[in-house]
Design a protein around this ligand. Structure first.
Ligand code: GAR
Length: 217
């Protein structure tokens, strides 16, 4: 099968990037054309270099405003001609123009069971809200922050003694399973966003996010 060219955007450690790299080294039909970070010291850049993947750094602080940064980022991404853009811990709010440009071909991973806990500090907030279940979601990116159509989720229990760090680690393990899985669907042409912004998987509109336990492979 031909490999889908992708670009991955990161801001930090890049463990989700690593999960995609590892999957691509097995059977995920993607070619990571580049890893781009807005922080020069993001450890994920090191992971990319070790895997022989081109890297680029575009510092948002070098730009006067959000519009000019996003325009430069768009130009940089498009120079690699990706069929799919992955946000993998890319901690930036994106402009509507940027999001519209990648409509239907940009995915994000968010560390909560969306629509719960959009935004930051999701693990601490889940503990404080005393929920029994927490998790992670993969969604298409639309103009609503952390609000795009949800594709796939995985949950973990929240245990009585949990602190944000160990809950985050438990969720991260699931993230590393669901991101390659959703990317695989997209790369195989099984997943798309239709004109009404609905998620279509294997020819069927999904009314609610697929849960990992029930997910087709
Ligand atoms: C992951 O937990 C990801 O879900 C989260 O950042 C972390 C990045 O970890 N993303 C967001 O919070 C986006 N709103 P990683 O760099 O090790 O992949």
């Amino acid at each position: 099968m031909s490999r889908l060219p992708i670009v991955v955007l990161i801001s930090g450690g890049g463990t989700n990037l690593q999960a995609i790299i590892d999957a691509a080294n097995r059977d995920l039909p993607v070619e990571i054309k580049a890893v781009i970070s807005n922080h020069a010291d993001a450890y994920g850049l090191e992971r990319a270099k070790q895997a022989g993947i081109p890297t680029a750094v575009l510092k948002h602080r070098d730009f006067p405003d959000r519009d000019s940064f996003d325009a430069a980022l768009m130009k940089l991404i498009d120079s690699y001609r990706p069929g799919l853009v992955l946000l993998a811990g890319f901690m930036r709010i994106l402009t509507p123009d940027f999001v519209r440009h990648y409509h239907g071909r940009m995915l994000n991973i968010h560390p909560s069971l969306l629509p719960d806990f959009q935004g930051l500090h999701t693990h601490q907030r889940a503990i404080e809200a005393d929920v029994q279940k927490h998790g992670a979601s993969i969604h298409f990116v639309t103009e609503e922050l952390d609000g795009g159509p949800i594709i796939l989720q995985a949950s973990v229990p929240v245990l009585p003694d949990d602190e944000a760090d160990n809950l985050a680690a438990r969720v991260l393990e699931k993230e590393h399973i669901i991101y390659p899985l959703a990317v695989n669907w997209f790369a195989q042409g099984r997943l798309l966003l239709n004109d009404a912004d609905q998620v279509v998987l294997d020819g069927k509109i999904i009314d609610s996010p697929v849960q990992l336990e029930q997910a087709p492979r």
